[in-house]
Write a protein that binds this ligand. Structure first.
Ligand code: THU
Length: 130
């Protein structure tokens, strides 16, 4: 595991957050997804006037990663707050994003937030899978 990159992963999520497109909620989110071989995939939330096509930062990051051939993930950092404010409070992946993460990640996936870290297994126990 790449500990140095793990330590800076939240800062990477904050960088990704700068690209958030959130004119409807004004809630800006960034995510940084770390692969076992040290690559980082960034994502931000991208909203839409029709609302339902909106995609969360976490899903942007994991869809980018999977579409580029990455499958082995060890951590995701999430930075979210009202636009213009520092993301100092914890922002956790929504239920849909937890399910998408569970498709590709083990329960050991680290979920790093502003104040600490947890695991996907703790956030989505007994997850559904085929
Ligand atoms: N959002 C994320 O990007 N990630 C989360 O974990 C929670 C919610 C986005 C979706 C929407 O653009 C905005 O935050 C408000 O819900």
């Amino acid at each position: 595991m790449d500990h140095k990159k793990l330590d800076t992963l939240f800062a990477e999520a904050k960088l990704a957050r700068e690209r958030s497109y959130c004119p409807y909620s004004n809630f800006a989110v960034g995510a940084a997804l770390l692969t076992a071989d040290g690559r980082i995939y960034h994502g931000c939330n991208i909203e839409n006037a029709a609302f339902s096509p909106t995609v969360c930062a976490e899903r942007t990051a994991i869809f980018k990663a999977v579409s580029e051939g990455a499958r082995d993930f060890i951590a995701i950092a999430v930075a979210g707050a009202n636009q213009g404010e520092d993301p100092v409070e914890d922002c956790y992946p929504c239920g849909v994003c937890r399910q998408v993460l569970a498709e590709f990640c083990t329960t050991d996936l680290l979920v790093i937030t502003a104040k600490g870290r947890t695991t996907l297994g703790a956030l989505l126990p007994n997850s559904f899978n085929l």
